[in-house]
Write a protein that binds this ligand. Structure first.
Ligand code: GLY
Length: 423
């Protein structure tokens, strides 16, 4: 089989590495990919938003399956473009990807179908939002309705911060049209967990759980990022929590999307808050998490191609999804200054230390291949993942492996997996 993966981050590298394990696959392309992905797949210089060019490439190169890793092309309708050409593609159509593309859509869906989430209101004008905020309790959460590079969720501790957030999103339009509408939500407390689920439009199979660390600095301080590290499984996602979510959240969401005529095929990422009142949905995404994929996929026992084809063909009920009885931790090595200002083009050394070590993975996120070697090319540079018999062993191994890599301005959090000690 020939497979094309669309995207350029650590998540796409994790997908490529899983696809590479499949005996069914003899050729992998990635568009546009990155420096490290080019060592595992042939990178193609087509941007993820150039849908027609990508579909032409898939047609001309007789690609058997295209896997869309990123949110923007999915929300923009790339799957519909591929399907119109009769090409096999893994991911939700545009009318289903809206579950991530519009926060107000997903909140209204949960309300209509009684899927547990927190209270919220939707505003299309800054004036109405500001009047509402005057009477609210703080902290409160303000979300841009549309996609905002993972930075559109603002937690406001008082009215002043909330007014500033409305200014940023709705007046200054820091995230463009994504901030034309905002969702103002109750602030939930508890443990967060990310559960990625395979979906075929009717059936849904959750993978093992994970937890992300979204803030840039130790102790959950600093700005929100795409994610600075993950661990899997979450010790707080107990079998009881899972049973509740399977009945009240995962299948309920699949059924709700079907009832709306928006059958969801692909990966549904359910961001959960495990509150005192039970699990509630924080957010939905329409693709693998990044860096959740970097700890979940290395633990998956199934051939990823078998599972993805079962999703596309509507036969996910025939798949017995299995994960190794171990744990994984991913520590992101970033460029100092991320998520604001950071330098690029710094030479990275030490990759050879990972050679021949089955429990260690060096996923490339923001890297580029040059004549001098692999250099930094983004805020999140590498995802260093290790597997261990339990979370503590995996964490020690992942942090040991972060020392094998060197580059100028290397930055990481030192407390990834701190919750493991509280379990
Ligand atoms: N790690 C969070 C996300 O992928 O959205």
């Amino acid at each position: 089989m020939k497979v094309l993966v669309v995207g350029s981050g650590g998540r796409e590298h994790a997908i490529v590495k899983s696809v590479k394990k499949s005996p069914k696959v003899d050729k992998i392309y990635c568009a546009p990919g990155n420096g490290g992905i080019s060592l595992d797949a042939e990178c193609v210089e087509i941007n993820a938003m150039e849908f027609d060019k990508l579909a032409d490439f898939a047609e001309n190169n007789k690609i058997d399956l295209t896997i869309i890793g990123m949110d923007d092309p999915l929300v923009g309708g790339i799957v519909d473009v591929f399907e119109k050409k009769g090409l096999k593609v893994f991911g939700p159509r545009q009318n289903a990807a809206i579950i991530e593309g519009s926060k107000s859509f997903s909140k209204d869906l949960m309300k209509k179908y009684n899927i547990p989430t927190c209270g919220y209101e939707v505003f299309h004008s800054p004036e109405e939002a500001l009047i509402y905020l005057e009477k609210q309790k703080f902290p409160i959460v303000i979300k841009a309705d549309g996609l905002a590079l993972g930075k559109g969720v603002l937690i406001c501790n008082d009215l002043m911060e909330a007014e500033k957030a409305i200014g940023t999103l709705m007046l200054d339009k820091q995230f463009g049209d994504a901030g034309n509408t905002v969702v103002i939500e109750e602030f939930m407390t508890g443990r967060e967990a990310s559960v990625l689920c395979f979906c075929d439009g009717t059936h849904i199979k959750p993978m093992t759980s994970a937890q992300d660390h979204k803030r840039a600095k130790d102790g959950d301080e600093g700005l929100n990022t795409g994610g600075m590290g993950t661990f899997s499984p979450s010790p707080f996602y107990t079998p009881e929590v899972q049973a509740f979510c399977e009945e009240n959240i995962y299948q309920a969401t699949m059924d709700a999307m079907k009832a709306e005529g928006r059958d969801f095929v692909g990966i549904l990422f359910v961001g959960l808050m495990l509150t005192e009142d039970g699990p509630k949905v924080l957010e939905y995404n329409c693709r693998f998490g990044d860096p959740e994929a970097q700890v979940v996929l290395p633990r998956m026992e199934n051939d990823i191609i078998d599972v993805m084809l079962a999703c596309v063909d509507g036969k996910l009920d025939t798949v017995d999804l299995k994960f190794e009885d171990n744990a994984a931790v991913c520590v992101v090595l970033a460029s100092d200054g991320y998520p604001e200002h950071y330098e690029k083009g710094k030479l990275i050394t030490g990759f050879e230390a990972f050679d021949g070590k089955d429990d260690y993975f060096c996923f490339h996120a923001g890297t580029k291949k040059t004549d001098d070697g692999i250099v930094t090319n983004g805020g999140r540079v590498l995802g260093i993942t290790a597997k261990g018999k339990d979370l503590k062993e995996a964490r020690k191994k992942a942090y040991d492996a972060t020392e094998w890599i060197s580059f100028e301005n290397k930055y990481m959090r030192h407390d990834i997996g701190k919750a493991i000690d509280e379990a």
